[in-house]
Design a protein around this ligand. Structure first.
Ligand code: NAP
Ligand code: G4F
Length: 344
């Protein structure tokens, strides 16, 4: 029988790549999506199979991580072997505007999933999408699994709570529950409200004369940026281990937003300084200035290595946004969601 996985946040950046990885390995994949007023499955449309057809291995269910009765029912009905809990309010800047909601989804959402599993009586393996944002005002560099947390945002604080709840269910109830402490990871499927995709999309538009300026916030902040495709592989590897544990997943390189700009604009022969302006709206009450991960444990115990470099990431994202725009202009694809599925 096929291994059954349940993914929350299946239509997000990571959920879409993880679904591809699991389907390639003959899993039966179940995903939870929220009802929205517009279609929100653009990143996984290319994977959709009619659930009534024989051989279908991807099944979508309506649900929400703020709705515990729904989660409990889904856990009972699906009885998954593995749960990948990726759903969250994942935008750090937005978490300052919506701290309570972020606590409810990004923090308590994990407790609701863990409780739904406990109530179901089944013992699926559990993956928690923890974040380098938990390190915040970093206490040491590079950051490892032993570096103390010092979150600098409501999002970071909610993720610290979720991290420790995952550890607690492992210790208290014997759950096979692991935290992946993932550093920033991006792709052509990244939402354009995160800085990397905001930049690469703007480069494509500026190159075509469709945009004059790009407004950004803190250019000095440094991130350890990897590619989402590499990072979902690390998630899966954690869940396959005999023993649950917590792992940092990072490239071991850090680059500033300014460096990202240089690479992205230079790739199309433009000078970023001619286009970028600072808009204080994009500054945060407190920002995380430097993240740099040490993924030695993941390398040694999981055999995980990132395959794509920072330069690969930037050029892949710029090229994908250029192709996307060309397709939209020629009218072949129309809505961005369809193009993203082609070029993701
Ligand atoms: P993303 O693209 O923002 O996806 C988030 C997913 O969560 C979306 O599918 C979203 O659904 C869903 N979601 C949000 N609120 C929900 C709710 N109340 N009920 C059900 N689903 C809900 O994020 P991502 O980049 O794939 O990241 C996946 C996870 O890893 C997140 O938990 C994020 O915080 C964490 N993480 C990300 C990074 C990174 O650099 N990407 C690094 C470390 C940790 P809608 O489409 O309906 O909004
Ligand atoms: O792209 P960002 O919004 O990502 P951030 O805040 O690092 O969070 C991402 O990575 C976390 C892992 O550490 C995840 F947990 C989280 O879910 C998310 O995926 O911002 C990166 C940096 C920040 O310092 C920000 O201040 O870029 C700076 N920045 C400068 N101008 C900007 C902008 N960020 C955004 N979003 N928009 C700007 O205009």
């Amino acid at each position: 029988m096929a291994t059954k996985a349940l993914i929350t946040g299946i239509n997000g950046q990571d959920g879409s790549y993880l679904t591809e990885l699991l389907l390639e390995q003959d899993y039966e994949v179940h995903g939870i999506i929220r009802r929205a007023s517009t279609f929100n499955t653009g990143r996984i449309n290319h994977l959709y199979q009619d659930p009534h057809e024989s051989g279908a291995r991807l099944f979508l269910h309506y649900g929400d991580i703020t709705d515990s009765t729904n989660l409990g029912r889904l856990l009972n009905e699906i009885a998954p072997d593995e749960v990948y809990h990726l759903a969250a309010q994942s935008h750090v800047r937005v978490s300052f505007d919506q701290p309570e909601y972020t606590g409810d989804t990004t923090g308590l959402g994990t407790t609701r999933m863990l409780e739904a599993i406990r109530g179901s009586g089944a013992k699926p393996r559990f993956y928690q999408a923890s974040s380098s944002e938990m390190f915040g005002a970093v206490r040491e560099t590079p950051q490892t699994e032993l570096t103390p947390f010092c979150p600098q945002s409501p999002y970071g604080a909610a993720k610290v709570y979720a991290y420790w709840m995952t550890v607690n269910y492992r210790d208290a109830y014997g759950f096979h529950a692991s935290n992946g402490i993932l550093f920033n990871h991006e792709s052509p499927r990244r939402d354009p409200r995160f800085v990397t995709r905001k930049i690469t999309r703007a480069v494509a538009h500026i190159r075509e004369g469709l945009q004059d300026k790009l407004y950004l916030g803190n250019l000095d902040s440094k991130r350890d940026w990897g590619h989402a495709q590499d990072y979902v592989r690390a998630m899966w590897l954690m869940v396959q281990q005999d023993e649950p544990d917590d792992y940092v997943v990072a490239t071991g390189e850090t680059h500033s937003v300014r460096e990202f700009l240089v690479h992205a604009f230079t790739h199309v022969g433009l000078n970023w300084e001619d286009y970028v302006e600072i808009d204080p709206r994009y500054l945060r009450p407190t920002d995380v200035n430097l993240l740099l991960g040490d993924a030695s444990k993941a390398r040694e115990k999981l055999g995980w290595e990132p395959e794509l470099t920072f330069a690969d990431l930037v050029t892949a994202m710029v090229d994908a946004d250029i192709r996307l725009l060309e397709e939209q202009k020629s009218g072949i694809l129309g809505p961005e969601s369809r193009a993203v599925r082609e070029f993701g």
